[in-house]
Design a protein around this ligand. Structure first.
Ligand SMILES: *[C@@H]1O[C@H](CO)[C@@H](O)[C@H](O)[C@H]1NC(C)=O
Ligand SMILES: *[C@@H]1O[C@H](CO)[C@@H](O)[C@H](O)[C@H]1NC(C)=O
Length: 414
């Protein structure tokens, strides 16, 4: 239990700026001393109180506030009309925000990582949701692309000249964490990142499924250009569009249903399969840190190569995360996933998503949404820690440095 003093300090420092420009109805500015008194009395939240923004962060509709700046933006993409099985992930952002309630900025020190991501150099904001249409997937995809591009193109609050903030290709650039939504939201996100970074993006993909399927797999006779935009084919599409680096990307946690071992699902070295594969069962031989080593070896630690982390919550076992669109028994536990996420904290992650949380299949304990909120916390921690300007250690569970890809820049000093 942290001391009461630190909890109170945490509570008190939550919403410092939210009231600073309030006016009385008659237009008079609230006098300074009155303001101070109000802040002392009321400027606090409990974990169970307040508007349900992510981690009690200041919510702002960034898309209609072009002056709004941040280093990291949490953005909801409540879209679920491209799924092949259970719908419902449009309610994911709300569920993840509600489940993040115990992430009080003042008491959010991440012991595994050795940093409080909400009280460090970075300004993290909850930018609300993209108002994605449920009626037209082509329009929805364009809406998401434009929103990601707009939010991701704003200069970070922390300039590249600062001691803080990530260096290399993402220096001075803001980072987005998307709360999905079904997994197809990753396509507009990759389109936007390609535009921002002007090069193919390395994808680290946690999922039970490949999501690189040729759209023809679903219904070859009825396939259309539009039907190719779905939550099992968006990586196929993204790869064909040249958005993904085919030699550095990786799947982790696979245990998908296939049409066989000798067709295009798996063994065909087709373009859509430019991902290294780590299966869910591999954790039994390798352990979480063995998986981390394989990922680091494949992806490398080059600060000039942007990495997108895409996390389908169905990478977890349904006992851990039942509230998802396409559950597959035999997945990882939340603890294993957290450890792997901590292990890959040295990768150059420039954007991320957490998708396929479908709360109507969750339980009363919000198990799935809690896991997603924790994963979001770990990813935000990684984004903040990588710009801390100093080596913070605290790499939970291991002391020795990660082994990056041979010849990759920056591995020696890590
Ligand atoms: C993919 O990443 C590798 C390793 O960082 C890099 O050498 C290569 O240029 C990248 N490919 C493309 C097409 O950018
Ligand atoms: C990846 O492979 C696909 C299929 O061959 C190709 O269309 C795409 O251009 C490749 N991506 C890059 C970045 O080279």
């Amino acid at each position: 239990m942290p001391g009461w003093k630190s909890i109170l300090l945490g509570l008190l420092s939550l919403t410092g700026s939210s009231l600073s420009c309030a006016h009385h109805d008659d237009g008079d500015v609230v006098p300074e001393h009155e303001r101070e008194e109000l802040l002392k009395k009321w400027d606090q939240e409990w974990s169970f109180s307040g508007i349900a923004s992510f981690a009690h962060l200041k919510p702002v509709k960034c898309l209609i506030e072009p002056q709004e700046r941040y280093d990291i933006a949490v953005i909801g993409a409540p879209f679920d009309t491209a799924v092949s099985y259970r719908p419902g992930a449009r309610f994911g952002p709300r569920a993840i925000r509600a489940a993040s309630a115990r992430q009080m900025p003042g008491t959010a020190f991440n012991t595994r990582a050795g940093i409080n991501p909400y009280k460090s150099w970075a300004t993290v904001k909850d930018c609300g949701d993209i108002p994605v249409t449920p009626f037209d997937n082509a329009v929805a995809e364009e809406q998401m692309y434009q929103a990601f591009l707009e939010l991701g193109s704003r200069p970070a609050l922390t300039p590249s000249s600062s001691k803080y903030g990530t260096k290399g290709i993402s220096a001075g650039k803001s980072k987005l964490l998307t709360l999905g939504g079904d997994h197809s939201v990753a396509l507009p996100a990759l389109r936007a990142l390609y535009e921002i970074y002007q090069k193919p993006i390395t994808v680290l993909h946690f999922d039970a499924h490949l999501d690189t399927w040729n759209p023809a797999r679903y219904s070859a006779y009825w396939v259309s250009e539009q039907s190719a935009f779905n939550h099992g084919s968006f990586f196929h599409k993204a790869s064909r569009m040249g958005l993904i680096n085919n030699s550095t990307s990786a799947h982790a946690g696979l245990r998908t249903r296939l049409t066989g071992v000798d067709d295009s699902d798996y063994t065909n070295p087709g373009p859509e399969q430019g991902f290294m594969r780590i299966h869910a069962d591999d954790i039994d031989e390798l352990g979480p840190m063995g998986i981390v080593d394989r990922l680091a070896d494949r992806i490398g630690l080059d600060p000039e190569e942007p990495v997108y982390l895409s996390l389908d919550i169905d990478v977890l076992d349904p006992s851990t995360a039942p509230g998802t669109g396409t559950p597959e028994p035999g997945g990882w536990t939340t603890r294993e996933l957290i450890r792997i996420l901590r292990g890959v904290e040295k990768l150059n992650i420039v954007g991320a998503d957490i998708v396929e949380v479908s709360p109507s299949y969750d339980n009363k304990g919000e198990t799935t949404a809690l896991a997603a909120a924790q994963a979001a916390f770990e990813i935000i921690t990684t984004m903040v820690k990588s710009g801390a300007g100093e080596e913070l250690g605290g790499w939970y569970g291991r002391k020795e440095p990660v082994k990056g890809k041979k010849g990759s820049k920056g591995k020696d000093e890590l």
